[in-house]
Ligand binder design. Sequence first.
Ligand code: TXA
Ligand code: MG
Length: 323
Amino acid sequence: MSNSPFISNCTADAIRDAALALKAGHLVAFPTETVYGLGADARNPEAIKRIYEVKGRPTDHPLIVHISSLNHLDKWAIDIPEYAIKLARKFWPGPMTLILKRSEIAGDFITGGQDTVGLRVPSDPIAQALITEFEKISNSAIAAPSANRFGQVSSTSGSDVLEELGQYLNDDDRILDGGNSFIGIESTIIDCTRLRPMVLRHGFVTKENIESELEICIPDLVRAPEVKFSGSFEKHYAPKCKIYLGKQEIHGAAFFAMGDIETPNRMERLGAPVTVQEFARTLYSTFRLADQKGFTSLVVDSPKGDGIAIAISERLMKAAQGR
Ligand code: TXA
Ligand code: MG
């Protein structure tokens, strides 16, 4: 493991120092309320190139640009539809990413050559402070994918980031630790380039939340081949152990389900969340725990219903690959 600075006490000085590191072209991993991000200066092609290297991610896979508030939106996007502004007013700062037509400053190296850009205003106080500070000194913003190796489980704590990416970072990079992510699954991604919004990735801001805010019905996802998002990759969000869905009885396997579901015979219970929110918050750490404990199989019974349950089962379907 490298001796990359792991900063567990995010004072104003530490934030300022991290913003300067970004300005100098280094990488800064930081907490958000969804999952941790691996950040770089969104206008620095060399710095962005390192994100792709550290993640091991193909460069045609676009990054989300993190801004401090709605006020910075029209710097990065053009032709913003009225409904997108409404959503931004309602759900930002928060776990929502809007896909919009890009402005000139959103380069090919962050959009994967597409003419759209993903934008998000996180609510986590450390993320807010870092982005605000960086915007002040740079006239830029922070491009950041989730802080994990490509195809692996997103990081929901600073120590997850260290474990995932520590060996790929160098001494000038930073990991800002902010404890456990409060939401624990990635932001809702909404395509705002069409007449009506379309949810590309489900999350804590649900389809129902969007419909009630806009007072319209929105269509279900049509997998347009030109739109690139996580769903276009078969395996994703996956730990090393095999994930199985439902209540399958696999002797010696680990088991994770809502608290009111009984543990099948001869399996080890790894968690018993009481609410769907708690299920989402602890899902990825449970994946990691199963790996740490050396399990080769983890059976997960996904909570039923609409809303966040859909976001959870979306991740689980990809992790389980039909098992
Ligand atoms: O909660 C989150 O969204 C976290 C935190 C760090 O903000 N970020 C995150 O980033 O999950 P990432 O890169 O792991 O996932 C973002 C997804 C990718 O699958 C990417 O393809 C998609 O968003 N995306 C980004 N820009 C896009 C665009 N212009 N059009 C379509 N999809 C886009
Ligand atoms: Mg990711």
